[in-house]
Design a protein around this ligand. Structure first.
Ligand code: HXC
Length: 534
């Protein structure tokens, strides 16, 4: 039996007189649809394949559940007749838009078609994407954009610039309402970069590139010589610039990671993220956790080992792993429920906070808060990184973003101090006073206003100077200070830590705590919007 896609639907009684005319109408529609499916034509499709790239429609077929795609705007064309564009009209105008399902969940999608005028962004593209964005916002369903475009369609002039504005305003209106994921699968140049930059997540695949001004313009203006990949490839944007959140070796892997990411996100901000049937025992104890923290307190360990041991097996999806690796953020599942994890990484820069780590952490907290994903924070941080460069770079306002994000977030928040929680880092990393619901500490926790040696230098300068043996006196005073502060018990005494727990118990404690907090209701004062430090 023919499917709707093959026949264009439409059956019914027709009289012999009208049968011929009906047939012609159907024939026209079918021909137009077949042309639309070919995008820029067989030669361009061949070129796309020769570059190891899929076409827009092939990508959508890989992304969506089989047979779930329903397209809108397949026949739309531009009406521009300048610069020879009147001879270059392609049904669909270089973009495929519509709705489909991923693992049975409804999503809105658009895919730029590089085979049509380099996927360049036109007035018609904007109309088609805007329509999908509007419907997605109204229906409360996530939107996934597959980007492959040379930027504003140059021949359309200011029309294509205005068109970007239509998309940007909807990106912003959708922000925090429905999840928005951008997959970058080819060039994403000029104005094309800003719509992805306004979405929640950017996934870059293969040799895709993102840049505002390309290598040629840069060379003409500044004389700098750089290749497209060195300027804006996935490695650059996932490690240096922090523009992209995830990278994948090729398109298939990129599509797979986007689907996985979606699995942690709700359909919209009024829904909870999807729970799955957990295969991992909720109260499993991992003995290895009890010896994870090295005896020598200055020895590093990898915080990701704690995360993978505590949460559901194979559930950790690290976000921005290579950018500011002194902090770790990502999604996990706990007894099947999605959770956002924020942590210091003692294996890199001793886990000190800096400008990039602050941006990374703050953004992730706000993402989880927007989409009702509880937050668990692991603290092992000697403080903010000292240095002229950091101060000049605005570490004050960047660090303030973490504080702002934690204070503003109303989702369940739990913190666990594993080792150092020193000074500003103690306060900033989800301290109890900043509306953290439950604060745990491992017995190895050290919660103090500053390290022992610098504290003794400040507090006992005169006493040490007067001492018969200043070095011996310093050692004594340091030991005294450590005895007092380098354990979690002083903080527990004054109620800043709710419970000191064995590391191996952490999973079970978190499962039970989040079970209680799942129905937490907390509201911020009504306001137009806050002024988060930028
Ligand atoms: C119209 C475009 C186009 C564009 C590419 N094409 N970009 N047509 N407008 N922006 C066309 C090419 O002319 C070519 O057509 C076809 O698409 C394929 O492009 P190629 O150059 O052959 O492909 P490739 O070698 O892979 O290079 C891809 C590319 C390059 C890196 C994207 O085309 C490029 O640099 N394009 C221009 C990028 C750019 O400067 N964009 C900024 C636009 S201004 P033919 O028929 O010859 O094969 C902008 C400002 C908006 O976006 C700001 C808003 C905030």
């Amino acid at each position: 039996m023919a499917t709707e896609g093959e026949t264009g639907a439409l059956t019914g009684e027709t009289s012999p007189a009208t049968a011929g005319r009906t047939h012609e109408h159907l024939q026209t529609l079918r021909e137009m649809r077949s042309r639309a499916v070919l995008g820029g034509g067989p030669k361009r499709i061949e070129q796309q394949h020769a570059r190891g790239k899929y076409t827009a429609r092939e990508r959508l077929a890989l992304l969506l559940d089989e047979g779930s795609f329903q397209e809108f705007g397949a026949l739309a064309t531009h009406q521009v007749s300048e610069f020879g564009l009147e001879r270059q009209r392609f049904p669909g105008d270089g973009i495929v838009t519509g709705f489909g399902k991923i693992s049975g969940r409804r999503v809105a999608v658009f895919a730029q078609d590089f085979t049509v005028l380099g996927g360049s962004f036109s007035e018609v593209q904007a109309q088609k994407i805007s329509r999908i964005q509007d419907l997605a916002i109204e229906s409360g369903i996530p939107i996934i954009g597959l980007n492959d475009s040379g930027g504003a369609r140059i021949q359309e002039g200011v029309r294509s610039l205005a068109a970007y504005g239509e998309i940007f305003v909807r990106n912003v209106m959708a922000s925090g309402v429905i999840p928005q994921i951008s997959l970058i699968l080819g060039p994403c140049a000029g104005g094309a970069v800003y719509s992805p930059a306004l979405t929640d997540f950017i996934v870059m695949a293969g040799d895709s590139c993102m840049f505002l001004t390309g290598p040629d313009v840069i060379q003409a203006v500044t004389g700098e010589q750089v290749t497209a990949l060195a300027l804006g490839g996935a490695e650059v944007h996932t490690s240096r610039s922090g523009v992209a959140h995830l990278a994948a070796v090729d398109e298939l892997a990129g599509i797979a990671v986007a689907k996985r990411l979606l699995g942690y996100l709700p359909q919209n901000n009024n829904e909870d993220p999807p729970q799955i049937q957990a295969e991992d025992e909720p109260h499993r104890m991992d003995e290895a956790l009890n010896t994870l923290i090295p005896n020598d307190e200055n020895q590093p360990y990898d915080m990701r080992d704690a995360i993978t041991a505590i949460f559901d097996n194979d559930s950790f999806l690290e976000i921005q792993g290579a950018f500011a690796p002194n902090a770790v953020v990502g999604f996990v599942r706990l007894d099947g429920y999605p959770v956002g994890v924020v942590a210091n990484q003692p294996a890199y820069m001793s886990g000190a906070l800096n400008i990039d780590a602050s941006d990374k952490i703050a953004r992730f907290i706000r993402t989880c808060d927007a989409f009702n994903i509880p937050l668990v924070t692991f603290v092992d941080c000697p403080g903010f990184l000292p240095g002229v460069e950091q101060e000049y770079g605005g570490v004050i306002r960047h660090g303030a973003k973490i504080i702002y994000a934690y204070c503003e977030a109303t989702v369940p928040k739990i913190s666990i101090v594993t080792r150092k929680a020193m000074g500003g880092a103690y306060v900033a990393m989800g301290s109890k006073q900043m509306r953290t619901d439950l604060a745990f500490a491992w017995p190895t926790a050290q919660i103090a206003v500053m390290g022992a040696e610098p504290a003794v230098r400040v507090l006992y300068r005169d006493e040490v100077a007067r001492a018969e043996d200043p070095q011996a006196r310093t050692r004594e005073l340091v030991a005294e200070y450590r005895e007092k502060f380098f354990s979690p018990y002083r903080a527990a005494d004054v109620g800043q830590i709710d419970e000191v727990i064995e590391p191996r118990e952490t999973r079970s404690r978190l499962v039970r705590a989040l079970e209680v907090l799942r129905t937490k209701v907390q509201q911020n004062p009504p306001k137009k919007h806050g002024l988060s430090p930028t």
